[in-house]
Design a protein around this ligand. Structure first.
Ligand code: ZN
Ligand code: ZN
Length: 451
C-alpha cells in the first residue's frame, strides 16, 4: 500500500459511521426498478455535497457524476445498483410496495458513496491521471415486468434492464473500464468475482384456439391448452441437443391456461426464460424454442403469438483480473492491523452461474472488474436475507471500489492503459444494439397466408 492508498483507507474509516448509515437507510427504504427516486436522490445529494454536480434521471432514475469536471485520460466507472425486489415477507420490506433489499444492492450504493468520499479528497483526486464516473444504475432485477413494459409502451425506456438502457442512451459511451460489486451472503470476507453468467431472452407466448363444450362438442373447438402442452413437450425433447458446456436453461410458467373444466381452452399463455452461457447458445435455444411453439400451434390448429423480449447478455470474465486480486489481498492484510479478519476468496473464469445480470452487457462492451463482499446471511432473493456485518458489507466495499479506481489511474493511468490495450470486446456497441433489436420481435404463427 502506498501512502495515498493508506490515506484512502483512513478516510473511509473516518467516515465509517456515515457509510453505514447510508447502507442502513437504503436497506430499510427499498424501491423497485425504475422507481428508485428516493435512493437516487440520496446518491445525487451526497455527490453534490462532495462538489460533484451529477446528471440525474438517466434511464428514469440513474445518476452519474464525474470526479473532475474535465480531464484527459481513461474514465473508470464505479457502478452501484439502486433497485430492490418484490419480497414483502422481509421484515424491512417497504410497507407500501413490498420492495426489499434481498439482493443487497443497498451495499453497492453505500460502497459507491463511501468511495466518492475518499476519492474527492483533493490530494487523491490530483494523483489520478484520468477521471472517475460515480454511477448509480436502475433496475437490475428482471421483475415487475408489467410496469416496465408499460414504460416501454410509453416510450420512456426501450429495454427492461437498467444497464441495457444506460448503454442505449449513451451513458457508457465515454466509460473505458467499469467496476461492479455484489454481496455474497455467508462469505467471510472478499471475493474476486471473475466468473461467467448466463445471458437470456424472455418469451411470452399466447396460443389462440376456439372454445367449445369440453364434453358435449369438443370437435367444434380448438384446444389452446393442448397446443401449449404439445409445445412444452417439444421444448423438453430439445434438451438432449443442448451441450453441457453451454449451460442452457429453459424455464416456464403458465399465467393463463383456459377458463373452466368444461370449456375447451380458447387462450393459453406460456412465459419462459431461455438462457445460455454464450450468444450462439442463446440464439440456438431461442430458435428451437420458437420451433417447438410452432409445432404446438400447427399440431392442434391454433395460432401462436411469440413475443421475444431481450434480457441480458452472458458475463464475459477479464483475461487478467490481477489488479483487483491485488487490491483484495492487500486490503485483507491491511485489515489485520485494524483487527479485521476478512479472507480473500477467488471466483475465476471457470466458475459459472446459470443466473443472469445486466453487468453481462457491460462486460461485453468494455473491461469490467467485479468483486463480492460478505456481511449478509440468508440466501439471495429470499426473505431470510439479513445484514450481519456492516463493516464488511458497506465500509470494505467502499475501500475496494476506491482502491481499484486509484490503482487503475495512478502513475499516468499505466494500469488502465494496459487493460485497455489488451481488451477485445465481445460486441461493439453497434453489434450490441443489433442483437437487442433482433431479439425484440413478435411472430404470429402460422402466418395469415397459411391459415
Ligand atoms: Zn438479484
Ligand atoms: Zn443483485
Amino acid at each position: 500500500m502506498d501512502r495515498l492508498e493508506q490515506k484512502i483507507i483512513n478516510c473511509i474509516e473516518q467516515h465509517r459511521d456515515e457509510i453505514i448509515t447510508i447502507g442502513r437507510d437504503i436497506f430499510t427504504h427499498a424501491e423497485m426498478g425504475y422507481k428508485e427516486y428516493r435512493t437516487a436522490q440520496i446518491v445525487a445529494d451526497r455527490l453534490r455535497q462532495l462538489g460533484i454536480e451529477p446528471q440525474t434521471g438517466l434511464a428514469v432514475t440513474g445518476v452519474k457524476g464525474y470526479l473532475k469536471p474535465r480531464c484527459s485520460g481513461p474514465i473508470v466507472a464505479l457502478v452501484g445498483e439502486l433497485d430492490a425486489l418484490p419480497i414483502p415477507a422481509h421484515p424491512d420490506a417497504n410497507p407500501e410496495t413490498g420492495a426489499s433489499h434481498c439482493c443487497g444492492h443497498n451495499a453497492q450504493i453505500a460502497g459507491l458513496l463511501g468511495a466518492a468520499i475518499a476519492l474527492t479528497d483533493p490530494e487523491i483526486a490530483q494523483a489520478l491521471d484520468g477521471n472517475i464516473a460515480f454511477m448509480a444504475a436502475p433496475a437490475e432485477e428482471f421483475v415487475d415486468t408489467e410496469f416496465k413494459v408499460g414504460l416501454i409502451q410509453k416510450g420512456t425506456i426501450r429495454y427492461c434492464g437498467g444497464k441495457s438502457e444506460l448503454i442505449r442512451i449513451g451513458a457508457f459511451d465515454d466509460i473505458d473500464i467499469a467496476v461492479g460489486h455484489h454481496i455474497s451472503p455467508n462469505l467471510p470476507g472478499y471475493q474476486l468475482a471473475n466468473g461467467t453468467s448466463n445471458g437470456f431472452v424472455n418469451k411470452v407466448v399466447t396460443f389462440h384456439g376456439k372454445s367449445a363444450h369440453a364434453a358435449g362438442s369438443p370437435h367444434t373447438g380448438v384446444d389452446a391448452l393442448n397446443a401449449a402442452m404439445l409445445a412444452l413437450h417439444a421444448i423438453d425433447l430439445q434438451r438432449e441437443t443442448f451441450r453441457d458446456a453451454d449451460s442452457v436453461r429453459i424455464h416456464s410458467f403458465m399465467p393463463r391456461a383456459g377458463t373452466a373444466i368444461n370449456v375447451i381452452a380458447e387462450e393459453t399463455c406460456i412465459e419462459s426464460s431461455v438462457r445460455g452461457k454464450n450468444i450462439p447458445a442463446m440464439q440456438d435455444a431461442s430458435r428451437k424454442y420458437d420451433r417447438a411453439i410452432r409445432a404446438g400451434a400447427i399440431g392442434l390448429g391454433c395460432t401462436a403469438e411469440i413475443v421475444t423480449v431481450p434480457g441480458y447478455l452472458p458475463t464475459v470474465p477479464l483475461d487478467d483480473p490481477g489488479l483487483l486480486t491485488g487490491v483484495l489481498q492487500d486490503l485483507s492484510a491491511e485489515g489485520q492491523t485494524r483487527g479485521y479478519h476478512y479472507p480473500v476468496d477467488y471466483c475465476n473464469a471457470d466458475s459459472h452461474t446459470a443466473g443472469s445480470t445486466d453487468f453481462g452487457e457491460v462486460s461485453s462492451i468494455l473491461p469490467l472488474y467485479q468483486f463480492n463482499t460478505g456481511g449478509y446471511t440468508g440466501e439471495l432473493h429470499n426473505s431470510n436475507v439479513r445484514v450481519t456485518d456492516e463493516q464488511l458489507a458497506y465500509v470494505e466495499t467502499a475501500k475496494i471500489f476506491a482502491l481499484t479506481a486509484y490503482r487503475l489511474l495512478k502513475n499516468q493511468a499505466e494500469a488502465a492503459k494496459k487493460v485497455l490495450a489488451g481488451f477485445h470486446p465481445t460486441l461493439t456497441r453497434e453489434e450490441y444494439f443489433a442483437f437487442m433489436e433482433e431479439n425484440d420481435r413478435t411472430e404470429v404463427y402460422p402466418p395469415a397466408s397459411e391459415r
